[in-house]
Design a protein around this ligand. Structure first.
Ligand SMILES: Nc1nc2c(ncn2[C@@H]2O[C@H](COP(=O)(O)OP(=O)(O)OP(=O)(O)O)[C@@H](O)[C@H]2O)c(=O)[nH]1
Ligand SMILES: [Mg+2]
Length: 396
C-alpha cells in the first residue's frame, strides 16, 4: 500500500515593497516544488510583515496562531519561500512543533530524490554539505557513527560543533576531488565524440518541455510533469533532414545530424550551492556549440522565467554577446495551449523565436532548419533580446 503523502503548509513573507500578486505567484511555484517533492499542500499563506523578525523571521505571534490552526488538519511540515538561517529554522520548529524547510532545503530534497548517477549524487551531496555547514547545531551524530566515533575529537577543548564542522569540511573536500575526476572523464568523453557534429544544449526553466523537445528531435527522453524531472545530462543524436531542393537540384542529399544534450532546468532563486555543485553538468551547456532556449509560452510568468534563464546562463559563463557567445534560438514551446491573439502578441514580443509544440510536432521543422544552418561554421549575428542582458535580473 502506498504511504499517504506528508501534508504541508506553505508560507511566504510579503514586505512593504512586495506586490501581493507576485508573492502569490511565488507561492504557486513553491506548491509545485512541494508537489514534486511528494508533499500534499494543505494550504498557502502570505504573512505580511514590514520587518524581518531576526529570531523567527516571520514573528512568533503569527507563527503560533498558524501552527495551532493547521495542527488539527494533520499538517506536519511548514515550507517557507524565504531563505532562512539555521537558527531561524530551529526557532520556528520549536515554536510551531512542525518540521520547517526553506526554499533551498526543499529544492535540495527534490534533487536528492532524483539523483541517479554517481555524478549527480556527488553534486547534490556537495550542495547539501555546503548548505548544512553554516546550519550545524551539533547533531551530526550519524556522521560520527560512520567515522567510528572514537578518536574523532581533535585536541582538548574542541567542541562537538567544531568536530561536526571538521567532518563536513572533510566530506566537502572528498566530494570536490571526486567531482574534479568525473569532470575530467566527461571532458574526455566530449573530446571523443564524433567531430563535425555540432553539439546543441537544451536549456530553460524547469518543466518548460526540454525533455519533450529532446524526444521530438531524437526519439528519446522521458518527459514528466514535475519540476526538476531531469538532473542528468543526456546526449542523443538528432536527424535534421536534408538541404536539397528537388526542383533546382541544389543542395546536398546527404542527411545532416547534430547532438542534442538535455540538461537540468533552472528556477528562480536556484540555490547557489547547486549552481556551484552542478558545474560539471552545466559544463555541457557552456561548451555546447549552440543553445536551444526552451520556454513554456503558456506560462503566465513567461517573461520572468526568461529573465531567470538569461541571468542563470550568465552566471554559468554563457554570455549572450562577444566572441565566445554561442548561437541561441528561443523556442517558445507549448503554444498549443495558446489562442491565436496570444500567439500574435508573442510573435511581436519575440520576433526571432520559434513557436513550437514538442508533443504535436509543431515548429520542429523550423528548429531543424536553424540547426542545419549551424553546419558548417558559426551562425549569423542576431539581435539580442532584453532578457539576455545584465540589467534584466528580476526583482526577487
Ligand atoms: N501541452 C503541452 N505540454 C507539453 C509540451 N511540451 C511539454 N509538455 C508537458 O510539460 C511537462 C514537462 O515536460 P518536460 O519535457 O519533462 O519538461 P522539462 O523542461 O524537461 O522539465 P524538467 O526536466 O523537470 O526541468 C510534461 O508533462 C510534458 O508532457 C507542449 O508543447 N504542449
Ligand atoms: Mg526534463
Amino acid at each position: 500500500m502506498d504511504e499517504l503523502p506528508l501534508r504541508c503548509l506553505l508560507i511566504a513573507r510579503q514586505g512593504p515593497e512586495d506586490r501581493e500578486e507576485r508573492i502569490q505567484d511565488h507561492l504557486l511555484e513553491l506548491a509545485e516544488l512541494a508537489r514534486s517533492c511528494g508533499f500534499a499542500v494543505q494550504s498557502r499563506r502570505i504573512l505580511k510583515r514590514s520587518e524581518i523578525a531576526s529570531k523567527t523571521f516571520y514573528g512568533s505571534g503569527q507563527l503560533e496562531a498558524l501552527a495551532a490552526e493547521v495542527s488539527r488538519q494533520g499538517v506536519t511540515h511548514l515550507i517557507c519561500d524565504d531563505e532562512l538561517r539555521g537558527s531561524q529554522v530551529n526557532a520556528i520548529e520549536k515554536l510551531t512543533g512542525l518540521i520547517c524547510l526553506d526554499r533551498t532545503g526543499l529544492i535540495l530534497s527534490i534533487f536528492e530524490q532524483r539523483a541517479q548517477t554517481r555524478e549527480a549524487k556527488a553534486q547534490v551531496e556537495l550542495a547539501r554539505c555546503e548548505y548544512e555547514l553554516p546550519r550545524l547545531k551539533g547533531a551530526w551524530t550519524h556522521l560520527e557513527r560512520q567515522g567510528g566515533g572514537v578518536g574523532l575529537r581533535g585536541g582538548p577543548g574542541e567542541t562537538q560543533i567544531e568536530v561536526d564542522r571538521r567532518m563536513v569540511r572533510t566530506r566537502i573536500s572528498q566530494l570536490k576531488r571526486e567531482l574534479a575526476h568525473l569532470e575530467q572523464v566527461r571532458k574526455t568523453q566530449r573530446e571523443g565524440r564524433p567531430k563535425g557534429l555540432p553539439r546543441v544544449a537544451l536549456v530553460g526553466y524547469t518543466n518548460a518541455g526540454k525533455t519533450s523537445l529532446l524526444k521530438a528531435l531524437t526519439g528519446e527522453g522521458e518527459p514528466r510533469d514535475l519540476l526538476f524531472a531531469t538532473l542528468d545530462t543526456t546526449t542523443r543524436k538528432a536527424w535534421l533532414g536534408q538541404d536539397f531542393n528537388p526542383e533546382t537540384g541544389e543542395g546536398s542529399l546527404e542527411p545532416k545530424h547534430c547532438l542534442v544534450a538535455d540538461t537540468v532546468g533552472f528556477i528562480r532563486k536556484l540555490p547557489h550551492q547547486l549552481v556551484a555543485a552542478f558545474r560539471s553538468t552545466l559544463g555541457e551547456v557552456r561548451t555546447a556549440d549552440a543553445l536551444l532556449v526552451v520556454a513554456d509560452a503558456a506560462h503566465p510568468d513567461l517573461e520572468d522565467h526568461l529573465k531567470v534563464v538569461g541571468a542563470t546562463l550568465r552566471e554559468i559563463g554563457c554570455e549572450p554577446e562577444g566572441i565566445e557567445a554561442q548561437p541561441r534560438l528561443l523556442v517558445l514551446n507549448q503554444v498549443d495551449r495558446l489562442h491565436r491573439p496570444q500567439k500574435l502578441a508573442l510573435r511581436k514580443q519575440h520576433p526571432g523565436a520559434v513557436q513550437a509544440c514538442a508533443i504535436e510536432d509543431l515548429g520542429l521543422d523550423e528548429i531543424r532548419l536553424w540547426l542545419r544552418g549551424l553546419i558548417p561554421g558559426p551562425a549569423k549575428p542576431r539581435e539580442l533580446e532584453a532578457w539576455e542582458l545584465p540589467e534584466s535580473i528580476p526583482a526577487q
